[in-house]
Design a protein around this ligand. Sequence first.
Ligand code: FES
Length: 140
Amino acid sequence: MSEEFEPRIIAFCCQYCAYSAADMAGSMRLQYPSNVEIVLIPCTGRFDVILALKAFESGADGVYVAGCLEGNCHFLDGNIRAKKRVAYLQNEIKAVGLEPERLAMYNLSASQGPRFAEIVKEFSGIISGLGPSPMKKLAA
Ligand code: FES
């Protein structure tokens, strides 16, 4: 009997938008995969490549950062800096043999509960297609 792969996903969510959108998705009782672990961060500008690497090391199959819409960061350009860090790290993980699609950045507003649920489904689908992270073997 084959066991169906359920990816472990860690989402670093800005408190002002993505985290509020997640709250809204919950209040609206929207259905989305339960395999996402949300980590509250004050702004995606606080996202650091070390956080993502530690998430992968700890067994995450996919990691995403979710911040305010561009132009709406409460700390001006935190989400732009996060976008650059995500792009940088996508290149770095590719260089060591990890699929860059395992790391992503999304932007949404606090009122986009349905979009939050869509993102979880979309990203979970991408990671399910890739299969378990090869880093899991290294972490074990
Ligand atoms: Fe939300 Fe900066 S405050 S990304």
